[in-house]
Design a protein around this ligand. Structure first.
Ligand SMILES: NC(=O)c1ccc[n+]([C@@H]2O[C@H](COP(=O)([O-])OP(=O)(O)OC[C@H]3O[C@@H](n4cnc5c(N)ncnc54)[C@H](O)[C@@H]3O)[C@@H](O)[C@H]2O)c1
Length: 337
């Protein structure tokens, strides 16, 4: 990126987007956020005083939403970071196939079509390692591993990826980042994902019920996830165009048991019960290889899961987030209601 660029973020009021918007503004860039505000817009309040920030409320499925969001007196954005989606398998499950497809696949198509038409040269699609499903042979999954989605959510993310990678329009180069599960605090924290949720439950109820204790998952701190997205914005075109990168770090590959140990270190009185039943959802038992993003984009993380547990716990203990069970911090409960 040059000194000042203009970046369009769809879903910029959400967990990842609100952190990314702040980081881009802090580095002197212009930011347009377009978001339907499914979970409110308080996450963006501190940015409105910045003349380099522009917000537009819209459903990005609407075929003209991206055009309408752009301010006429600003240059065309150099990149879109497409985050807007119904994020997570419970949210997709709750609304069903048709609505999930509308939000997660059709909206991606509409945003990419408009981005190409208005001449935005780069399109970052924020995907997920859920797309790999279960690792058949126990080997770390790489970007070339067969995709085996186990949930409606992952099916929608795979379909969006396929659509983008099939586009031959050279005007708008897609980059797919398959993120590990994110943890840590942001202006719109979420408490419906493993690390954040476990810390809250252990603190609030002094107990944790763990399913599939030996299963491996992959985790990345929000700050590092945003750093990885920034690398995708800065990298030369030949390193990103039509490319897929897993975004995470090897140290973030942990079993649920290992996560529990990190929580017990800080909340030792937590009663832990294990249940070995399997249930529907996006059952992942995966170790992910992050060799490509390290090698090609020089990605390195600053934070560990232990750091994340500490920061989340402090915010909750000190009453900064009074009720993480509130629907505004949980995608699925909001959707169900
Ligand atoms: N959080 C994670 O661990 C994680 C991991 C892998 C991938 N992802 C992907 O990253 C993206 C963002 O995730 P998040 O955790 O920030 O989710 P989030 O739910 O906190 O944010 C999503 C934002 O998108 C907005 N939105 C949804 N549909 C919209 C539409 N049609 N038009 C306009 N705005 C819309 C919502 O209002 C919300 O502000 C999603 O695409 C998700 O699949 C997230």
């Amino acid at each position: 990126m040059t000194s000042q660029e203009h970046i369009l973020i769809t879903g910029g009021a959400g967990y990842i987007g609100s952190y990314l918007a702040g980081e881009l503004l802090r580095q002197g860039h212009r930011v347009t956020v377009v978001d339907e505000l499914l979970f409110g817009g308080e996450s963006l309040l501190s940015y409105f005083s910045d003349p380099d920030f522009h917000f537009f409320q819209a459903d990005v499925w609407e075929p003209r939403a991206v055009r309408a969001a752009l301010r006429g007196d600003w240059p065309t954005p150099t990149a879109v970071v497409h985050l807007a989606a119904l994020a997570g398998f419970p949210a997709c499950q709750a609304v069903g196939q048709q609505v999930a497809w509308r939000y997660n696949v059709e909206a991606t198509q509409h945003v990419h079509q408009q981005a190409a038409e208005v001449g935005i040269p780069r399109f970052l699609y924020i995907s997920t390692y859920s797309n790999y499903g279960l690792s058949e042979d126990g080997e770390p999954v790489t970007e070339d591993t067969f995709l085996n989605p186990q949930s409606l959510y992952a099916e929608t993310k795979v379909a969006s990826e396929r659509y983008l990678l099939e586009q031959t329009n050279p005007a708008c180069h897609p980059l797919i980042l398959r993120l590990a599960t994110v943890y840590g605090l942001s202006p719109r924290p979420r408490f419906d994902m493993i690390i954040n949720q476990f810390v809250w439950e252990a603190f609030r109820h002094h107990k944790l019920v763990i399913y599939q204790r030996g299963y491996s998952r992959s985790f990345i701190h929000i700050q590092d996830a945003v750093h990885g997205i920034m690398l995708g914005l800065q990298a030369p075109e030949e390193k990103i165009s039509g490319e897929v990168y897993n975004l995470g770090v090897p140290e973030g590959n942990l079993t649920k048991d290992e996560v529990v140990k990190l929580i017990l270190k800080r909340l030792p009185k937590t009663l832990v019960r294990y249940k070995d039943i399997t249930f529907g959802g996006d059952m992942r038992d995966i170790t992910v290889s992050f060799e490509k993003i390290q090698r090609q984009l020089g990605f390195q993380a600053q934070k560990t899961v232990d750091d994340g547990v500490r920061e989340i716990l402090e915010a909750i203990q000190q009453g900064v987030i009074q009720n993480p069970s509130n629907e505004r911090y949980r995608n699925a409960r909001f959707i169900v209601q």
